[in-house]
Design a protein around this ligand. Structure first.
Ligand SMILES: Nc1ncnc2c1ncn2[C@@H]1O[C@H](COP(=O)(O)OP(=O)(O)O)[C@@H](O)[C@H]1O
Ligand SMILES: N[C@@H](CCOP(=O)(O)O)C(=O)O
Length: 311
């Protein structure tokens, strides 16, 4: 195969109470990666469209190509050569799993070009290496759902134990990206290493409640469980008017609202598209009141995840 194109969607990680263990994919936006086979061995970034020249052009430092190098090394392939074009369709440091979408599109594309030596599930550890390149931490709550689709739970990192759970058909996500930038690396650095027993108990209750609520389509339980007593209180100070934007979502039909990934994006979950749209309008209006422009994305949960594009 001489050329391949792959798409990988944006994701909402943590989902309030599930720091590093919950994430889901949305339909759009997402990154697109094009690979073109060359005779010369090595992986070369030929172009990145949409990053305003900000992303690393060195193959080792960019999450889209870093993961390919890991895969080739693992397979012991030395004579493979390709050019990479990355269509960067989401902002950097967004909390929308931008680095993860590139990594996932990268592993999908090269796996296809090599004749699928790995199953989709087996691609996950390679995609996680992209997160290590971007933020210094190989967390799977963005790459997992971007690759596999659906609502993902990471029960364990060592050994890796990851699975998807069903969600209600009528569940919609509102994702609001304010025009500010927060790097995941920085947002992880400010977290405390110790958690009180009281907060651990509260968080475990909410984690269990959210899983059960999603699996039983119990919207009240989903709503009651979308509470994060550990991470949100620390990170929310990085987002201007966080409390007010959250309140705007909750007062306009959302079941719950929190930080998407490490921020600055905020997400809400709602029952039905109308509530999700109302929450979007209210959240954007509240950010505007603080003098901050924002982009909104309203979407059902993306059950398919990344895909090879044929056109
Ligand atoms: N292909 C890529 N796409 C996005 N960010 C990348 C990529 N490759 C490397 N990075 C680096 O990752 C960081 C952004 O990732 P991160 O902080 O996790 O933000 P996000 O929440 O948007 O994924 C930036 O420092 C950026 O230079
Ligand atoms: N669990 C991670 C998720 C980071 O998501 P991103 O979309 O901000 O890259 C964290 O919270 O640090």
């Amino acid at each position: 195969m001489n050329s391949v194109k792959a798409f990988a969607p944006a994701t909402v990680a943590n989902v309030a109470c599930g720091f590093d263990i919950f994430g889901f994919a949305i339909k759009e936006p997402g990154d697109v990666v094009e690979l073109r086979r060359c005779d010369e061995p090595g992986i070369v970034i030929a172009d990145i469209i949409g990053d305003e020249g900000r992303l690393p052009r060195s193959a080792e430092k960019n999450s889209v190509t870093g993961v390919m190098l890991h895969m080739l090394k693992h397979l012991g392939i030395k004579d493979f050569g390709c050019e990479v074009v990355l269509h960067k369709n989401m902002p950097l440091g967004s909390g929308m799993g931008s680095s993860a979408a590139s990594a996932v599109a990268g592993v999908m594309a090269i796996n296809e070009m090599l004749g699928q030596p790995f199953t989709r599930q087996e691609l996950l550890p390679f995609a996680m290496e992209g997160e290590r390149i971007a933020s210094g931490s190989a967390h799977a709550d963005n790459v997992g759902p971007s690759l596999l689709g659906g609502f993902v739970v990471i029960r364990s990192y060592n050994p890796l134990d990851i699975f998807t759970i069903p969600v209600p058909d009528d569940l919609y996500c509102t994702l609001v990206h304010p025009d500010i930038e927060i790097n995941t690396k920085d947002a992880r650095f400010i977290l405390k290493n110790e958690v009180s027993l009281k907060n651990t108990i509260a968080q475990m209750g909410n984690v269990a409640g959210l899983v059960a609520g999603l699996m039983k389509s119990d919207y009240d339980l989903i709503s009651r469980s979308m509470v994060d007593v550990i991470i949100e209180p620390v990170r929310s100070i990085l987002i201007p008017d966080f409390k007010e934007v959250k309140q705007a979502a909750l007062s306009n039909g959302a079941l719950g609202c929190s930080i998407s990934g490490s921020g600055p994006s905020m997400f809400a979950l709602s029952r039905g598209l109308e509530n999700a749209n109302n929450a979007a309008t209210a959240m954007r209006a509240r950010f505007a009141q603080a003098g901050i422009e924002s982009a909104i994305h309203v979407s059902a949960i993306n059950q398919g995840g990344a895909m090879i594009l044929t056109d």
